[in-house]
Design a protein around this ligand. Structure first.
Ligand code: SRM
Ligand code: SF4
Length: 567
């Protein structure tokens, strides 16, 4: 049934007032920077710094201890860089590595599953420095958090083909086009002169978007960006080795609230096809409709998927067409058949080499058996090309000349960057969770490596150790580890306890269903052993784990998540 947009009469959320009163995201951040009594930001600024790409956090491992000592929590900021399509040069990497080593509490770089990196543990007094360093090397952290269009993803490795390069260029164009226009970032962090009078947000509006907004540009058949989890997606249609247009899909998103049936994960839906020159107009109109129609009275129902549920896909589409003056054509044929990254060496279009390195959970650090951080640092000092971050928390060293290949391979081998791993491990993912994430309910990143070893042992026992199962862990139902697009997904409930979801598919176009609730790691492993054993015996030839548990009706298939996810 067609439902028209109706403005809610409920009161606006606190966040809406913060944005409205922020003077285009300035708030009183400058004053807080001068306050040396606390390491944190106060009042509205706590939220406003997110628009500038930073989150205030505290180390949760020592929260209780500091509280007992009557000390302020160990406040420090996490900064998320803007890196559309994930490209960072070796020169830029050297500067980032140096800052991480010398000026952060954790001394690591964390690759995220949205093709960028985060630096955790930056003290307030060092924030301006990192912004100025970023600026000097041509980077920034604007619009990587809060209610704006986030880091734009694209199918990794632009050097794989001319089409990949075009796809990367579109990711950059869309990212720049949808950036906030406010000069607050430049004034506060780069000490540029105040120019309030020019403030104007032609696309995002004075109160920005109702909620975060996520975009991808993807080349089928490889769904490495997990497009179905995103608000706005451009699926490239290729003719004669050129992108001629895009199928546009909208409304994906994965977060839920435990037990709240008014929240549900959702896969992006098709709007239609547009030719390539219409891309920015369509992007602008989709963002504008979500800006005007998105729910600003309840942040849990504010993302595009809820707007679509509220008015219906067709009404949303018609409004986009009206505002852009563009009519969608019928969707052109496309399909996806793979996900993840291909680890190892590959030749590129210019006969150079690229090396994709598997980074467990995206954490760039040195430990006893792998020296990722120092290895990448060494490579960056001799490598003239780029690093490319993937949507699966991995890194590609790209454009390696034939002359440099042996040198880089030697460093990679001696630092443990090239290692044999199972397909299960290479395709696994966990969100950050403890100790930095304030929303974490259970371990994720720190739990995953050993947990994978235990599942590997089960797979070995039943002779399926060479197979892929997409297994992901998120420390809470926000689902940052994209567990709700996994064949086996864990979602934290409380310390040591998880909900176990099964039945997603290999290509990321099916949401898994809850199998067991609130269970411990030990219990999860017992259930997984039962399931994997059965899969190894009763599966059809080449049948994936996720498809098997659906065919055998071990869980019900989630077809329409709004109805099927909870029931
Ligand atoms: Fe996320 C909030 C980490 C991808 C859904 N996410 C957070 C915060 C910032 C916690 C907070 O609000 O204080 C986490 C910081 C932890 C830390 O210490 O670093 C956090 N999210 C991450 C990252 C680093 C996970 C990772 O291990 O790679 C990813 C950063 C991406 C980036 O570079 O921009 C990350 N987050 C995702 C994804 C996956 C994706 O985008 O493909 C999702 C699910 C998809 C979706 O949006 O539906 C996701 N994060 C959330 C949510 C739920 C949003 C919602 O719709 O309700 C929150 C909480 C919120 O926004 O209120 C959240
Ligand atoms: Fe934090 Fe939850 Fe996201 Fe994990 S899923 S990073 S615990 S918000």
């Amino acid at each position: 049934m067609k439902k028209n947009f109706k403005k809610s009469s409920l009161p606006l959320t606190k966040e809406e007032h913060i944005k409205n009163n922020s003077n285009y995201l300035r708030g009183t951040i400058v004053n807080d920077l001068k306050n040396e009594i606390t390491n944190g930001f106060s009042g509205d600024n706590f939220s406003l710094i997110r628009f500038h790409g930073m989150y205030q956090q505290d180390d949760r491992d020592i929260r209780v201890e500091r509280n007992e000592q009557k000390l302020e929590p160990r406040y420090a900021m996490m900064l998320r860089c803007r890196l559309p399509g994930g490209i960072i040069s070796s020169k830029q990497w050297l500067k980032i590595d140096s800052f991480a080593t010398n000026h952060t509490l954790y001394k690591t770089i964390r690759l995220t599953n949205r093709q960028t990196f985060q630096l955790h543990g930056i003290l307030k007094k060092n924030l301006k420095d990192i912004h100025q360093i970023l600026h000097k090397i041509g980077l920034d952290s604007l619009g990587t958090a809060n209610d704006v269009n986030r880091n734009v993803l694209c199918t990794s490795d632009p050097m794989e083909s001319i089409i990949h390069q075009e796809c990367y260029e579109w990711a950059c164009k869309i990212s720049n086009f949808l950036l906030p226009h406010t000069k607050a970032y430049a004034e506060i962090w780069l000490d540029q002169k105040k120019i309030f009078s020019t403030d104007h947000e032609p696309i995002l509006g004075k109160t920005y978007l109702p909620r975060k907004f996520k975009t991808t540009v993807v080349i089928p058949p490889h769904n490495d960006v997990d497009l179905y989890a995103n608000d706005m997606n451009f699926v490239a249609i290729i003719e004669k080795n050129k992108i001629v247009g895009f199928n546009v899909l909208i409304g994906g998103g994965l977060s839920i609230t435990h037990g709240n049936k008014e929240t549900w994960p959702f896969l992006a839906l098709e709007l239609g096809y547009i030719s390539v020159e219409k891309t920015l107009s369509i992007a602008e109109s989709i963002v504008a409709v979500q800006r005007d129609w998105g729910n600003r009275t309840n942040r849990k129902n504010a993302k595009t998927r809820y707007t679509i549920e509220n008015v219906g896909l067709n009404v949303f589409k018609k409004e986009v067409e009206k505002r852009s003056n563009i009519v969608f054509e019928a969707v052109r044929p496309y399909s996806f058949n793979t996900r993840g990254d291909k680890i190892g060496w590959k030749k590129d279009i210019n006969n150079n080499w690229s090396l994709t390195i598997f980074v467990q959970n995206g954490r760039i650090c040195d430990n006893n058996n792998q020296f990722l951080k120092s290895g990448l640092l060494k490579i960056a000092t001799i490598h003239n090309g780029n690093f490319r971050l993937t949507s699966n928390q991995n890194i590609i060293i790209s454009e390696i000349s034939n002359e440099n290949k042996t040198k880089i391979e030697k460093i990679a081998l001696s630092h443990g960057l090239i290692k044999k791993s199972t397909k299960l491990r290479e395709n696994s993912m966990a969100c950050v969770s403890f100790p930095t994430c304030p929303l974490a309910m259970a371990e994720a990143e720190r739990m995953l490596p050993l947990f994978i070893t235990k599942v590997e042992n089960i797979m070995l026992k039943y002779g399926v150790e060479k197979e892929i199962i997409i297994l992901r862990i998120s420390g809470c139902p926000n689902g940052c580890g994209r567990s709700l697009l996994a064949e086996i997904g864990l979602i934290g409930k409380s310390i040591g306890r998880y909900n176990l979801y099964i039945g997603g598919n290999r290509i990321g176009s099916r949401i898994p269903k809850i199998y067991k609730e609130n269970i411990t790691e030990k219990e999860i492993l017992v259930h997984l052993e039962f399931l994997i054993k059965n899969w190894s015996i009763y599966r059809k030839e080449n049948e994936d784990f996720g498809d098997f548990v659906i065919r055998k009706k071990i869980v019900k298939e989630v077809i329409n998540p709004i109805h099927d996810f909870w029931n």
